[in-house]
Design a protein around this ligand. Structure first.
Ligand code: 13P
Length: 341
Protein backbone atom coordinates (compact mmCIF):
# COMPACT_ATOMS: atom_id res chain seq x y z
CA UNK A 1 0.00 0.00 0.00
CA UNK A 2 1.27 3.47 -0.87
CA UNK A 3 -0.16 5.55 1.97
CA UNK A 4 1.30 8.78 0.65
CA UNK A 5 -0.58 8.33 -2.63
CA UNK A 6 -3.84 7.41 -0.84
CA UNK A 7 -3.47 10.45 1.40
CA UNK A 8 -2.97 12.72 -1.64
CA UNK A 9 -6.15 11.41 -3.25
CA UNK A 10 -8.15 11.79 -0.03
CA UNK A 11 -6.95 15.37 0.43
CA UNK A 12 -7.94 16.16 -3.15
CA UNK A 13 -11.40 14.68 -2.56
CA UNK A 14 -11.93 17.15 0.28
CA UNK A 15 -10.20 20.12 -1.38
CA UNK A 16 -11.43 23.54 -0.18
CA UNK A 17 -14.76 24.50 -1.77
CA UNK A 18 -15.11 21.16 -3.54
CA UNK A 19 -17.20 18.08 -2.83
CA UNK A 20 -18.32 14.76 -4.23
CA UNK A 21 -21.17 14.03 -6.62
CA UNK A 22 -22.79 10.73 -5.56
CA UNK A 23 -24.08 9.54 -8.95
CA UNK A 24 -23.85 5.85 -8.01
CA UNK A 25 -27.55 5.03 -7.90
CA UNK A 26 -28.08 1.36 -8.63
CA UNK A 27 -30.42 0.53 -11.51
CA UNK A 28 -33.22 0.04 -8.97
CA UNK A 29 -32.60 3.37 -7.21
CA UNK A 30 -32.35 5.41 -10.42
CA UNK A 31 -35.68 3.82 -11.39
CA UNK A 32 -37.29 5.72 -8.47
CA UNK A 33 -35.62 8.98 -9.54
CA UNK A 34 -36.65 8.52 -13.18
CA UNK A 35 -40.20 7.55 -12.20
CA UNK A 36 -40.49 10.92 -10.45
CA UNK A 37 -39.69 12.76 -13.71
CA UNK A 38 -41.44 10.36 -16.08
CA UNK A 39 -38.32 9.01 -17.77
CA UNK A 40 -37.96 5.37 -18.85
CA UNK A 41 -35.14 3.59 -17.00
CA UNK A 42 -33.14 2.49 -20.04
CA UNK A 43 -29.38 2.17 -20.38
CA UNK A 44 -29.35 5.03 -22.91
CA UNK A 45 -31.35 7.35 -20.66
CA UNK A 46 -29.10 6.60 -17.71
CA UNK A 47 -26.11 7.34 -19.94
CA UNK A 48 -27.62 10.57 -21.35
CA UNK A 49 -28.51 11.82 -17.89
CA UNK A 50 -25.08 11.20 -16.40
CA UNK A 51 -23.31 12.46 -19.52
CA UNK A 52 -25.20 15.73 -19.08
CA UNK A 53 -23.77 16.10 -15.56
CA UNK A 54 -20.21 15.08 -16.39
CA UNK A 55 -20.11 17.40 -19.42
CA UNK A 56 -20.97 20.42 -17.26
CA UNK A 57 -17.29 21.36 -17.50
CA UNK A 58 -17.14 24.56 -15.44
CA UNK A 59 -19.26 23.07 -12.63
CA UNK A 60 -17.20 19.91 -12.54
CA UNK A 61 -13.88 21.77 -12.60
CA UNK A 62 -14.80 24.30 -9.95
CA UNK A 63 -16.96 22.39 -7.50
CA UNK A 64 -16.77 18.60 -7.94
CA UNK A 65 -13.65 16.85 -6.63
CA UNK A 66 -14.90 13.35 -7.36
CA UNK A 67 -17.82 11.37 -8.75
CA UNK A 68 -19.09 8.08 -7.32
CA UNK A 69 -20.14 5.78 -10.16
CA UNK A 70 -22.17 2.59 -10.42
CA UNK A 71 -20.67 -0.47 -12.12
CA UNK A 72 -22.59 0.17 -15.35
CA UNK A 73 -21.48 3.82 -15.53
CA UNK A 74 -17.77 3.20 -15.02
CA UNK A 75 -17.86 1.03 -18.17
CA UNK A 76 -20.16 3.30 -20.19
CA UNK A 77 -19.32 5.51 -23.16
CA UNK A 78 -20.78 8.92 -23.97
CA UNK A 79 -22.76 9.29 -27.19
CA UNK A 80 -19.60 10.24 -29.10
CA UNK A 81 -17.71 7.19 -27.83
CA UNK A 82 -15.64 8.93 -25.12
CA UNK A 83 -15.74 6.96 -21.88
CA UNK A 84 -17.67 8.66 -19.08
CA UNK A 85 -14.59 8.14 -16.89
CA UNK A 86 -12.55 10.19 -19.40
CA UNK A 87 -15.11 13.03 -19.20
CA UNK A 88 -14.74 13.13 -15.41
CA UNK A 89 -10.94 13.02 -15.59
CA UNK A 90 -10.88 15.75 -18.25
CA UNK A 91 -12.65 18.02 -15.75
CA UNK A 92 -9.91 17.34 -13.18
CA UNK A 93 -12.31 15.31 -11.06
CA UNK A 94 -11.62 11.84 -9.64
CA UNK A 95 -13.70 8.80 -10.67
CA UNK A 96 -14.88 6.58 -7.81
CA UNK A 97 -16.94 3.40 -7.62
CA UNK A 98 -19.66 2.03 -5.39
CA UNK A 99 -18.60 -1.51 -4.54
CA UNK A 100 -21.11 -2.75 -2.00
CA UNK A 101 -23.84 -5.10 -3.15
CA UNK A 102 -26.53 -3.48 -1.04
CA UNK A 103 -28.11 -4.00 2.37
CA UNK A 104 -29.61 -7.46 2.94
CA UNK A 105 -31.59 -8.80 5.93
CA UNK A 106 -29.26 -9.62 8.83
CA UNK A 107 -29.92 -13.09 10.21
CA UNK A 108 -31.16 -13.09 13.77
CA UNK A 109 -31.82 -9.35 13.74
CA UNK A 110 -35.43 -8.52 12.82
CA UNK A 111 -35.78 -5.48 10.50
CA UNK A 112 -32.04 -4.89 10.37
CA UNK A 113 -29.59 -5.18 7.50
CA UNK A 114 -26.01 -6.11 6.78
CA UNK A 115 -24.32 -4.69 3.70
CA UNK A 116 -22.95 -7.44 1.46
CA UNK A 117 -20.30 -7.54 -1.25
CA UNK A 118 -17.02 -8.70 0.33
CA UNK A 119 -16.71 -11.93 -1.67
CA UNK A 120 -14.40 -11.40 -4.64
CA UNK A 121 -13.90 -7.77 -3.69
CA UNK A 122 -10.09 -7.90 -4.01
CA UNK A 123 -10.38 -8.93 -7.68
CA UNK A 124 -13.07 -6.32 -8.31
CA UNK A 125 -10.82 -3.62 -6.85
CA UNK A 126 -8.03 -4.63 -9.24
CA UNK A 127 -10.47 -4.37 -12.17
CA UNK A 128 -11.95 -1.05 -11.02
CA UNK A 129 -8.50 0.44 -10.53
CA UNK A 130 -7.68 -0.51 -14.13
CA UNK A 131 -10.92 1.23 -15.22
CA UNK A 132 -9.76 4.45 -13.51
CA UNK A 133 -11.36 4.34 -10.05
CA UNK A 134 -9.20 5.93 -7.36
CA UNK A 135 -11.72 5.84 -4.55
CA UNK A 136 -14.68 3.65 -3.58
CA UNK A 137 -17.82 3.69 -1.48
CA UNK A 138 -19.47 1.18 0.83
CA UNK A 139 -22.60 2.06 2.79
CA UNK A 140 -23.82 0.46 6.02
CA UNK A 141 -27.44 1.27 6.89
CA UNK A 142 -29.09 1.55 10.32
CA UNK A 143 -32.54 2.61 11.41
CA UNK A 144 -33.95 3.82 14.72
CA UNK A 145 -37.10 1.71 15.31
CA UNK A 146 -38.47 -0.70 17.90
CA UNK A 147 -35.31 -0.89 19.97
CA UNK A 148 -33.07 -1.01 16.90
CA UNK A 149 -30.33 -0.66 15.90
CA UNK A 150 -28.96 -3.57 17.87
CA UNK A 151 -25.33 -3.97 18.84
CA UNK A 152 -25.25 -6.96 16.50
CA UNK A 153 -26.15 -4.81 13.46
CA UNK A 154 -23.86 -1.96 14.48
CA UNK A 155 -20.97 -4.35 15.02
CA UNK A 156 -21.53 -6.48 11.90
CA UNK A 157 -21.74 -3.44 9.62
CA UNK A 158 -18.69 -1.80 11.21
CA UNK A 159 -16.76 -5.02 10.67
CA UNK A 160 -17.80 -5.21 7.00
CA UNK A 161 -16.91 -1.53 6.46
CA UNK A 162 -13.47 -2.18 7.95
CA UNK A 163 -12.81 -5.26 5.81
CA UNK A 164 -13.88 -3.31 2.71
CA UNK A 165 -11.71 -0.33 3.64
CA UNK A 166 -8.62 -2.49 4.22
CA UNK A 167 -9.09 -4.20 0.84
CA UNK A 168 -9.55 -0.84 -0.91
CA UNK A 169 -6.33 0.54 0.53
CA UNK A 170 -4.44 -2.64 -0.33
CA UNK A 171 -5.38 -1.97 -3.96
CA UNK A 172 -4.51 1.74 -4.10
CA UNK A 173 -8.11 2.91 -3.71
CA UNK A 174 -9.29 5.40 -1.07
CA UNK A 175 -12.29 4.00 0.82
CA UNK A 176 -15.25 6.23 1.56
CA UNK A 177 -16.55 4.70 4.78
CA UNK A 178 -20.29 5.40 4.93
CA UNK A 179 -22.30 4.41 7.99
CA UNK A 180 -25.78 5.90 7.43
CA UNK A 181 -28.29 6.21 10.24
CA UNK A 182 -31.52 6.81 8.32
CA UNK A 183 -33.74 9.87 8.93
CA UNK A 184 -36.85 7.67 8.73
CA UNK A 185 -39.03 7.66 11.84
CA UNK A 186 -40.33 10.03 14.49
CA UNK A 187 -37.38 9.96 16.91
CA UNK A 188 -35.95 13.19 18.25
CA UNK A 189 -32.55 14.67 17.47
CA UNK A 190 -31.18 13.36 20.79
CA UNK A 191 -31.71 9.75 19.68
CA UNK A 192 -29.93 10.44 16.39
CA UNK A 193 -27.02 11.92 18.31
CA UNK A 194 -26.73 9.01 20.77
CA UNK A 195 -26.97 6.30 18.12
CA UNK A 196 -24.67 8.02 15.62
CA UNK A 197 -22.01 8.35 18.31
CA UNK A 198 -22.30 4.63 19.06
CA UNK A 199 -22.08 3.72 15.38
CA UNK A 200 -19.04 5.92 14.74
CA UNK A 201 -17.21 4.65 17.83
CA UNK A 202 -17.74 1.09 16.63
CA UNK A 203 -16.68 1.92 13.06
CA UNK A 204 -13.38 3.51 14.11
CA UNK A 205 -12.66 0.66 16.51
CA UNK A 206 -13.11 -1.89 13.68
CA UNK A 207 -11.06 0.24 11.26
CA UNK A 208 -8.25 0.13 13.81
CA UNK A 209 -8.46 -3.65 14.25
CA UNK A 210 -8.43 -4.10 10.46
CA UNK A 211 -5.29 -1.98 10.09
CA UNK A 212 -6.99 0.70 8.00
CA UNK A 213 -4.83 3.82 7.72
CA UNK A 214 -6.96 6.80 8.64
CA UNK A 215 -4.85 9.16 6.50
CA UNK A 216 -6.03 7.27 3.42
CA UNK A 217 -9.81 7.33 3.88
CA UNK A 218 -12.83 9.64 3.81
CA UNK A 219 -15.74 9.37 6.26
CA UNK A 220 -19.26 9.82 4.88
CA UNK A 221 -21.62 10.16 7.85
CA UNK A 222 -25.19 11.31 8.36
CA UNK A 223 -25.76 14.63 10.06
CA UNK A 224 -27.40 14.77 13.49
CA UNK A 225 -31.01 15.51 12.59
CA UNK A 226 -34.41 14.54 14.03
CA UNK A 227 -36.48 11.84 12.33
CA UNK A 228 -38.45 13.11 9.34
CA UNK A 229 -41.72 12.43 11.15
CA UNK A 230 -40.64 13.98 14.45
CA UNK A 231 -42.95 16.84 15.51
CA UNK A 232 -39.95 18.91 16.58
CA UNK A 233 -37.64 19.93 13.75
CA UNK A 234 -34.53 21.58 15.19
CA UNK A 235 -32.83 24.74 13.97
CA UNK A 236 -29.99 24.77 11.47
CA UNK A 237 -27.61 25.95 14.19
CA UNK A 238 -28.58 23.11 16.53
CA UNK A 239 -28.06 20.49 13.81
CA UNK A 240 -24.65 22.00 13.05
CA UNK A 241 -23.55 22.14 16.67
CA UNK A 242 -24.68 18.61 17.51
CA UNK A 243 -23.14 17.14 14.35
CA UNK A 244 -19.77 18.75 14.97
CA UNK A 245 -19.90 17.71 18.64
CA UNK A 246 -20.40 14.04 17.75
CA UNK A 247 -17.74 14.12 15.04
CA UNK A 248 -15.21 15.68 17.43
CA UNK A 249 -15.92 12.88 19.92
CA UNK A 250 -15.51 10.09 17.40
CA UNK A 251 -13.38 11.03 14.37
CA UNK A 252 -9.60 11.29 14.79
CA UNK A 253 -7.92 14.34 13.27
CA UNK A 254 -5.85 12.00 11.07
CA UNK A 255 -8.90 11.56 8.79
CA UNK A 256 -8.28 13.89 5.79
CA UNK A 257 -11.92 14.74 5.18
CA UNK A 258 -15.55 14.20 6.09
CA UNK A 259 -18.11 14.32 3.26
CA UNK A 260 -21.74 14.14 4.34
CA UNK A 261 -24.60 12.27 2.68
CA UNK A 262 -27.83 14.26 2.27
CA UNK A 263 -30.06 11.37 3.32
CA UNK A 264 -33.41 12.83 2.29
CA UNK A 265 -32.91 16.40 3.51
CA UNK A 266 -34.18 19.06 1.13
CA UNK A 267 -31.61 20.64 -1.17
CA UNK A 268 -31.47 23.87 0.80
CA UNK A 269 -31.44 22.16 4.23
CA UNK A 270 -28.45 20.03 3.24
CA UNK A 271 -26.64 23.16 2.07
CA UNK A 272 -27.59 25.29 5.09
CA UNK A 273 -26.49 22.62 7.57
CA UNK A 274 -23.11 22.14 5.91
CA UNK A 275 -22.47 25.87 5.77
CA UNK A 276 -23.43 26.37 9.42
CA UNK A 277 -20.96 23.68 10.48
CA UNK A 278 -18.14 25.22 8.50
CA UNK A 279 -18.97 28.64 9.94
CA UNK A 280 -18.39 27.32 13.48
CA UNK A 281 -14.67 28.02 13.22
CA UNK A 282 -11.59 25.89 12.84
CA UNK A 283 -12.32 22.16 12.78
CA UNK A 284 -9.95 19.15 12.85
CA UNK A 285 -10.94 18.08 9.30
CA UNK A 286 -12.46 19.66 6.17
CA UNK A 287 -16.24 19.14 6.08
CA UNK A 288 -17.81 18.87 2.65
CA UNK A 289 -20.61 17.22 0.70
CA UNK A 290 -21.02 13.86 -0.99
CA UNK A 291 -24.61 14.39 -1.98
CA UNK A 292 -26.82 12.30 -4.22
CA UNK A 293 -30.36 13.60 -4.03
CA UNK A 294 -29.49 17.10 -2.73
CA UNK A 295 -27.29 17.71 -5.80
CA UNK A 296 -29.35 15.92 -8.41
CA UNK A 297 -33.05 16.44 -7.68
CA UNK A 298 -33.05 19.87 -9.35
CA UNK A 299 -31.09 18.90 -12.49
CA UNK A 300 -33.20 15.74 -12.89
CA UNK A 301 -36.38 17.79 -12.82
CA UNK A 302 -35.02 20.42 -15.21
CA UNK A 303 -33.83 17.74 -17.66
CA UNK A 304 -36.84 15.41 -17.52
CA UNK A 305 -35.32 13.20 -20.19
CA UNK A 306 -35.41 15.76 -23.03
CA UNK A 307 -32.41 16.66 -25.16
CA UNK A 308 -33.63 20.24 -25.47
CA UNK A 309 -33.46 20.53 -21.66
CA UNK A 310 -29.78 19.59 -21.31
CA UNK A 311 -28.69 23.23 -20.86
CA UNK A 312 -31.39 23.78 -18.20
CA UNK A 313 -30.34 20.58 -16.42
CA UNK A 314 -26.71 21.69 -16.42
CA UNK A 315 -27.72 25.14 -15.13
CA UNK A 316 -29.65 23.56 -12.24
CA UNK A 317 -26.64 21.34 -11.46
CA UNK A 318 -24.33 24.38 -11.59
CA UNK A 319 -26.50 26.25 -9.12
CA UNK A 320 -26.70 23.43 -6.53
CA UNK A 321 -23.01 22.63 -6.89
CA UNK A 322 -22.09 26.29 -6.37
CA UNK A 323 -24.36 26.59 -3.33
CA UNK A 324 -22.77 23.49 -1.77
CA UNK A 325 -19.31 24.72 -2.67
CA UNK A 326 -20.03 27.93 -0.74
CA UNK A 327 -21.35 25.78 2.13
CA UNK A 328 -18.12 23.76 2.18
CA UNK A 329 -16.38 27.10 2.81
CA UNK A 330 -18.96 28.21 5.40
CA UNK A 331 -19.97 31.07 3.11
CA UNK A 332 -23.45 30.14 1.91
CA UNK A 333 -26.32 32.51 2.72
CA UNK A 334 -30.04 32.37 1.87
CA UNK A 335 -29.41 35.53 -0.14
CA UNK A 336 -26.96 33.65 -2.40
CA UNK A 337 -29.64 31.05 -2.95
CA UNK A 338 -32.16 33.65 -4.11
CA UNK A 339 -29.68 35.71 -6.08
CA UNK A 340 -28.86 32.85 -8.40
CA UNK A 341 -32.22 31.12 -8.69
P1 13P B 1 -27.95 11.01 -0.68
O1 13P B 1 -27.16 12.30 -0.59
O2 13P B 1 -29.10 11.10 -1.63
O3 13P B 1 -28.30 10.49 0.68
O4 13P B 1 -26.99 9.95 -1.33
C1 13P B 1 -25.69 9.87 -0.90
C2 13P B 1 -25.22 8.49 -1.01
O5 13P B 1 -24.22 8.23 -1.65
C3 13P B 1 -25.93 7.44 -0.30
O6 13P B 1 -25.17 6.29 -0.25
Amino acid sequence: MNLEELNKIAIKMAAPGKGILAADESTGTIQKRFDAIGVANTEDNRRDYREMLFRAGKTMREHISGVILFDETIRQKAKDGTSLVALIEAAGSIPGIKVDAGAKPLAGAPNETITEGLDGLRERFVAYHALGARFAKWRGVYEIAQGNPSHNAIHANAHALARYAALAQENGIVPIVEPELLMDGDHGIEACETVTEWILKEVFQELFYAGVKLEGMILKPNMIVPGKKCAKQNSVDEVAERTVRVLKRCVPGAVPGIAFLSGGQSDVEATAHLSAMNALGKLPWPLTFSYGRALQAAPQKAWSGKTENVAAGQAAFAHRARMNSLAALGKWTPAEEKKAS
